[in-house]
Ligand binder design. Structure first.
Ligand code: 9MR
Length: 384
């Protein structure tokens, strides 16, 4: 894990600092105190989603905003919340717009952070030209478009992305028509290749792996925390892809929770079964929303329960050595996607004024108490 430190010091001062560093734990030596990234075990990245187009375009030309300062100080990994989605990065058939994604990667580089790529095959946030063309696509045409996109986008950031959400939300929910099975109707690419959707998914992993052999390649979904019908289907899909030699290397549980529902205590067992297949696992989009009262404020009980839930997600990851990253889907309520979609809020670990909630403290404490694991980054046999 990389930490950003200033390196230009006079030799004498450097020697004195080196002696001091031996005596004082890093967290205390840092005047700003411990942060999530400073307390994380060395084999676990603590990340946040960020919308580069909105927040980071001018990061190298202006004094940092408070949001940017916290993003750099608290997190060892960034996920572009929207910038690498098809509609943003590939708005027209022959036009790629890398501005938002480049800003995220440049900010990460400047702050010694890793980047999680998100995402290459999804049914949502596709540009209009894809939706229009899909109406008449043959499978061969859909494959060509997808292959060009995957090789172009993954290739551009080769060596700069440590994990990619290659496929996102390709499994239906229990309540969808047809129940839990691949989303072959809603996803334009899977629809065009509905005779062999698993073959297409395997090839997407192959194209991505060829474009960036170092990135760990994930599939990712919501309602995928515990052992349930959806994760059973993912487990079967993973087995099929691996048996077919596809370079699938990780399974991500988005972890968008609500206090309206309980916490699935089988999360660790779910992670363990994917780890037993030789995969890495990750918490990729954590937030914990809740219905608020008429004053728009949470109750003391809700605040405490939210901290418990964040801790539950973190512990499920810490307890499985194959868990490589724990990412929150934005860290402040002012930028959270939740109020725009649900009649709920207070979902992140800081208020809109960047006040740290008990949920933040729960994560910090959980990380401080964690024992560093020893899991390798790349699963054996999948290094090239
Ligand atoms: O947080 C994202 C929001 O800004 C977008 O409007 C939305 C569009 O669908 O996508 C949100 O991120 C989603 C992520 O990419 C995949 N998992 C669910 C996330 C929340 O909707």
């Amino acid at each position: 894990m990389s930490h950003s430190t200033s390196t230009t010091r006079a030799a004498g001062v450097a020697a004195a600092v080196a002696v001091l560093a031996l005596a004082v734990p890093a967290a205390q030596a840092d005047p700003s105190g411990p942060t999530l990234r400073s307390e994380a075990p060395r084999d676990l990245e603590i990340g946040s989603a960020v919308w580069g187009q909105n927040e980071l375009l001018d990061h190298d030309r202006k004094a940092p905003t408070e949001f940017q300062r916290l993003l750099g100080a608290e997190f060892g990994s960034l996920t572009p919340e929207n910038d690498m989605k098809w509609a943003e990065i590939h708005p027209e058939p022959d036009v790629y717009d890398f501005s938002g994604a480049d800003a995220v990667v440049a900010f990460a580089k400047a702050h010694g952070q890793e980047v999680r790529g998100h995402t290459l095959l999804w049914h949502s946030q596709n540009p209009q030209w894809v939706t229009d063309a899909a109406a008449t696509w043959t499978c061969a045409e859909a494959r060509d478009v997808l292959e060009d996109h995957v090789r172009t986008v993954v290739g551009r950031y080769a060596g700069e992305i440590y994990e990619w959400d290659v496929v996102n939300e390709v499994m239906q929910d229990t309540w969808d028509a047809g129940g839990v099975r691949l989303r072959t109707e809603a996803n334009p690419f899977l629809a065009a290749c509905s005779d062999d959707p698993v073959g297409l998914i395997g090839d997407v992993f192959r194209w991505a792996h060829e474009a960036d052999p170092e990135a760990l390649l994930f599939m990712n979904d919501y309602n995928a925390e515990g052992v349930n019908a959806k994760t059973d289907a993912y487990y079967a899909l993973a087995q099929e892809l691996l048996a077919d030699g596809a370079p699938l290397q990780g399974f991500g549980a988005q972890s968008h929770l609500s206090l309206q529902y309980g916490f699935d205590e089988s999360m660790q067992a779910n992670f363990e079964r994917f780890a037993d297949l030789g995969l890495k696992v990750a918490v990729t989009e954590a937030d914990v929303r809740m219905p608020l009262g008429e004053d728009g404020e949470p109750t003391a009980e809700q605040i405490a329960l939210q901290a418990e839930r964040y801790d539950g997600l973190l512990q499920a990851c810490l307890n499985v050595s194959a868990c490589t990253s724990f990412t929150v889907w934005g860290f402040d309520d002012g930028r959270s996607w939740v109020p725009g979609v649900f009649d709920e809020g207070y979902a992140t670990i800081m208020t809109e004024d960047f006040e740290k909630k008990p949920s933040y403290v729960a994560l910090l404490d959980g990380l401080t108490d964690a024992t560093p694991g020893t899991s390798p980054r790349t699963p054996p046999g999948l290094s090239s």
